[in-house]
Design a protein around this ligand. Structure first.
Ligand SMILES: Nc1ncnc2c1ncn2[C@@H]1O[C@H](COP(=O)(O)OP(=O)(O)OP(=O)(O)O)[C@@H](O)[C@H]1O
Ligand SMILES: [Mg+2]
Length: 221
């Protein structure tokens, strides 16, 4: 398959897609190091942030392995605990959330596993949460909820930012569509291709000046 064709169907499997996805763990480690630089950080948080920073470097390494070998690492875990995945993603963005003084709330209705590799769910959650943080005004609110509906696990990521125009909504999942000065416009197209590959769905509801909600639906195991 040519890289151009891949970009439309599987943007997460192109060189540009991997580069985009390797940036997220690097940015996360940077944020964690900034938090770790605080001498008053409690010991428990210090060890938690250190552990997560190491895991994120391993994640970046895993993506590089997959890119170079054109194959995921052999020990890839195929199911993922939703609560753990969400908790970890929110920690990765703690520094960004604090610096904008955002209020982040999480609600878990039940504890369940979904059929998607842990690494890939991490990519999807990171891209959606990153967008929500970038869209939020100072002191804004982001709400993440996870629940089940029949044989599906659902996650909703909602912000009270400026919302998305109807024209932009039509283009949202198209590779390289961006309204940001420094955006690459790959985040959501990568999320969509990962979720479709896992037999799930990703939808968005947005209201001008009121906020945006992304809903990800994945089969439960
Ligand atoms: N929560 C949100 N609120 C408002 N607009 C959003 C939100 N999420 C996505 N968007 C819009 O969707 C566009 C595409 O998002 P996408 O994540 O694919 O690319 P990007 O964020 O612009 O760049 P990057 O490749 O760095 O992620 C954004 O430029 C923005 O206009
Ligand atoms: Mg983005």
């Amino acid at each position: 398959m040519s890289d151009n064709h891949k970009l439309l169907n599987n943007p997460h499997k192109t060189a540009a897609g991997y580069a985009h996805e390797i940036k997220n763990p690097i940015t996360a480690v940077r944020g964690l190091l900034q938090l770790l630089a605080n001498p008053d950080l409690p010991a428990l948080k210090r060890s938690l942030y250190t552990e997560i920073a190491i895991e994120e470097l391993d994640r970046a390494n895993g993506l590089l392995y997959e890119m170079v070998h054109n194959n995921p690492p052999a020990n890839r875990q195929e199911t993922t605990n939703m609560k753990e995945a969400i908790t970890k993603t929110t920690l990765l963005f703690e520094q960004a959330i604090q610096s904008k003084n955002l209020q982040l709330e999480t609600f878990f209705a039940g504890n369940f596993n979904v059929q998607i590799p842990k690494q890939q769910l991490a990519q999807v959650l990171a891209n959606i949460l990153k967008n929500a943080i970038e869209a939020s005004r100072a002191n804004g609110r982001i709400t993440i909820s996870a629940y089940t509906e029949r044989q599906f696990g659902i996650i909703s990521i909602k912000d009270n930012g400026p919302g998305i125009s109807p024209e932009a909504l039509d283009m949202l999942f198209t590779p390289y569509f961006t309204t940001k000065r420094t955006g690459t416009g790959l985040g959501l197209s990568i999320c969509q291709s990962i979720i479709h590959e896992a037999n799930g769905q990703i939808t968005v509801h947005s209201e001008f000046d009121a906020g945006t909600e992304f809903i990800v639906k994945l089969p439960i195991c």
